[in-house]
Design a protein around this ligand. Sequence first.
Ligand code: C2E
Ligand code: MG
Ligand code: MG
Length: 683
Amino acid sequence: MGNIKEQKLRKLKKTYTGGSLFALIFLGVVIFATFAATLIVFGVYVVDSKVRDEYDSLERDKEISDLANRDHIVVDHDLNILEEFGDNTCDLKNGGIVDLIGLATTAEEEAREHLKEYHNINIGVELDSPEYSQIIVYPDTQLPVIRPNKRGLMRIDPNMIGPILEMIREKAGHAPMNGKALVNIPYWISVAQTDETDLICKAEFSFSVREVFVIGILSIVIVALTVTLLIFMLVFLIKAISRRKQMNEVFYMDEITENHNWLWFIRSAEEELTRKKNALKKYAVLDIVFVNYRNFCVCHSLKEGNEMLKSIDEKIQKCIKDKNGICAHHSAAHFAAMLQYTDRDDLEKFVKQMVSELEKVNSDHKFNFWVGIDRIGEARDENGKAIKKRTSVDIEKAYNNAGAARSTLSGNESAIAFFDEKMVEEQKWIDTINENQDKALENEEFLVYYQPKYDPRTNKLKGAEALIRWNSPQYGLISPGRFIPLFEENGFITKIDHYMLKHVAQAQKKWLDAGYACVPVSVNVSRAHFIEEDLAEQIRDIVDEAGTPHNLVEIELTESAFFDDKDALIRTIRRLKDYGFTVSMDDFGSGYSSLNSLKEMPLDVLKLDAEFFRHGDPDGRGQIVVSEAIRLAKKLDMQTVAEGVEVKDQVDFLAEEGCDMIQGFYFAKPMPGDEYEQKLSEG
Ligand code: C2E
Ligand code: MG
Ligand code: MG
């Protein structure tokens, strides 16, 4: 979907959720890591410092007789007990103390196996690390003995803290040595006494009430902090999700209908069309216009107009529901809809039915609707083979096509129109014309052709009509039917009429000066020109500039011009006649001819439309109309010209009825200026 707003929303949503999720995970990890690290550091620090204290006091006390108060044994390096005191439970006779120091040189794995095999003890011991203290486990007591490392530092391998604490917990029932402590956990500690002997003395981890209190508070604070932060993040995430939902609702809501808007339509239509299961379904995209919207707002109020749009939106939704349709308010009086269909006739019937429902949306009024329809066929490749799914869908283009079809509609009735490729060609042509018209005029690409008018009784040249042709370097010779209606629409026609009048006046002057028997040449003047108050003066000035006598120029007005401001038209005709120009009514009888206009307009010539002579006249009714029209014109003192006469019978009939001139292929087709000049020169 080529919609910038939509793309921006998608990006925003991605960063919005993605960002908050990332932040949440990151914060969670940081908090957890901080918590765990704090506990580990704290635990290691506490255990290390306690052991250190014990060791230091033993080092200090080993020579002192006070030591005798502690359970201890003194061993030589062969682990023979040299001295023994107190209620110690180190039974060195049955298996004795495991000489882990001796094993220190063997591989760690071997040491572990040794412990397991001979002493049924599962414990990881870092034996040969110079960095950490050694931990020796005596199988009978299963209390650990901690020996400082080679550098004399008391640092326990963090991996060992778990097993040590585990054992400590098991032996927690031992008689406390420190009566004041809240928690006393016994273990053994080994200190080199002399070079030959080691002192293995009973020690204990003891925690005072204050220490337990501080540790407890610290742990509670850390846990509370972690939990608070996690709750905060959870709330933040829930809020972000709900805000995203609200954002979606606002973004895709139409503020008039309070229902879906155009962006929602694009997104939903694309989703629907690109679903695999819909690949072989056919869709129609509709541009529905509430024709009376502006008038309704003017006559009532904008608020009521918008209320009406809301009701229309609801009605459309209801109508297309069974066709798996979606719809949205596009802009002003326009609605977009998309629905499934099976064949064109059914679709047409359905849309007509929907329109008749919409017409009844308000019980007080009968509204009109125009509907343009573009169709999206099954998903197929260039060779017509069915493919799995539609990959590229341009829903905006389809809606635009539907709009192009709808723009061909006019009038005061509801109507529907289908888009087809001819419309694309037509639009391209309109663009070409719009782009090239000015340059073409500048380059004199417009040519004046002349179609002679003959007296049917004498076959003499009595006049001619100037007809435009466009000699385009790109498209060749183009007939006026292809571009005059477009010029009339875009206003360029006034320039063309001036151009033609100027060229005709100049040519007439040239031929007059050449001594030819010139006849009046009529020039078509579009109705768009007649809104100009000084049209008669403009025409007079152009002809005067060429120096052409006014009686050699005739002005043709098309019948449709007579529907505009009648008084202004009559004034212009009068002034033209005052200046000596002949004025004729072109295409009389082609449309809604009003005999009234004949009565009111002081015209000189009535040109009977070619339609009278086009399809034959089997029952003779056409002849009656033509002969009566000629009679009427004569009575009103007007000359008659019959256009589009191609066969001799028609010429004879018109001659008999007293028609003054014939302009038709029977006598001559429109011809270039030099050919017409040739005719003039032949007399
Ligand atoms: P129009 O003014 O009614 O011109 C008569 C049209 O009928 C001319 O078509 C002419 O070629 C055609 N015609 C004449 N006799 C016969 C016949 O026997 N058989 C057939 N089949 N056609 C015949 P053309 O030249 O294509 O012009 C079409 C229309 O374009 C004109 O209708 C006129 O309304 C407009 N037009 C042409 N040139 C100009 C111009 O310079 N200015 C303006 N405003 N309109 C022009
Ligand atoms: Mg004409
Ligand atoms: Mg005509």
